[in-house]
Design a protein around this ligand. Sequence first.
Ligand code: V47
Length: 385
Amino acid sequence: MKHTYHQNLKCKIQVSTSYGDFQLNNNIQLINNKILSGERLSKEDGINLFKINDIYALGNLANNVKKKKTGDYVFFNVNLHINLTNVCVSRCKFCAFSRDKNDKDAYSMTADEAVRRAIDSLPLGITEVHIVSGLHPDLPFEYYVDIISRLKEKMPKIHIQAFTAVEIDYFSQISGRSIKDVLIILKNAGLGSMPGGGAEIFNSKVREKVCPKKASGEKWLEVMETAHTLGLRSNATLLYGHLESDEEIIDHLISLRNLQDKTDGFQAFIPLPFHPKNTEFENTHKRPGAFENLKMYMIARLMLDNFDHIKSFWIMVGLDIAQLSLNFGVDDLDGTVVEEKITHSAGAETEQYISKQELISLIRETGHTPVERDTLYNVIKIYKE
Ligand code: V47
């Protein structure tokens, strides 16, 4: 029989699609069975999850896990982000925020300025100040301790979540103290918990290419383990959409999962999509799209079975995807934020502030119950209809 071009093509597509569908449905079924029986997903399962493009099926799995953990609650917090300085000796290739100290637009806040900024945000009802900064070549460790003590003195009820594991490692180097001592001094000054930044991607080959001067993945994990042992809880992140492979992402998640088994000190995982504008990757990369972002949330939820919270940082994915993510495994929205410089230096077009009321409406529209939390996930208020 003579086939037309279209008949041939249709035939080929049908054959290959039905085989592909069979394989993928099989993968979803296997993964679903594992989840239902409480079996942990393997590295191979994780890599297979990336191949599944049926986001309804994947979303269903992730959402079921989310519901088991937090029911129909979706958490949010009212916070202020502060970046004390953009001067950084690390100059990571994915970062558009950092500057050398003599650059015209380099800045460093005084302790007074940082405290003033926090006090000015009190009328917004903030319960948390979140501080992440560059690795400044000249500011001494005492500068950071002083800021924490003064913030705590002026606002004793506000939780201070500050300094990535990379910053803590740097403080250890500039002060000549051990990581443990640095953390004890900061904790005594009023540090409440640590953000999850600086994790990027743990794989050393990729890390060497995207942030060669930064503390290693092993060091990041070591600092977090020490912090958790001292009773400081923290978050964890992943920067994706640059040079990393699916396998390297899964390895990153498994490293976090292993440490969580040991310490139970992580509160939330936040996947961060790379924004390439004004970075070395501006001409070679584009920002991950909606599909990739949702998939990342779902995969994180399914792989990180020992993390209670998967958080969407709406600043990086946009409010639309942040809202949609609530039906794809995410249970937490960060936050009111107020000021954000890192992603906005790299071309983010989102606002920098959203009101508490807007966050509540956004969550309600998805059929979830908004729950205002403090930094340690104590419930402040449940917003029932
Ligand atoms: O570590 C830097 C990332 C992080 C870019 O713990 C970039 O609750 C995208 O960690 N495109 C800092 N991302 C922010 C961060 C964070 C944010 C919100 C909540 C929490 C939390 C932590 O931002 C850095 C790096 O991974 N980053 N440059 C960029 N061009």
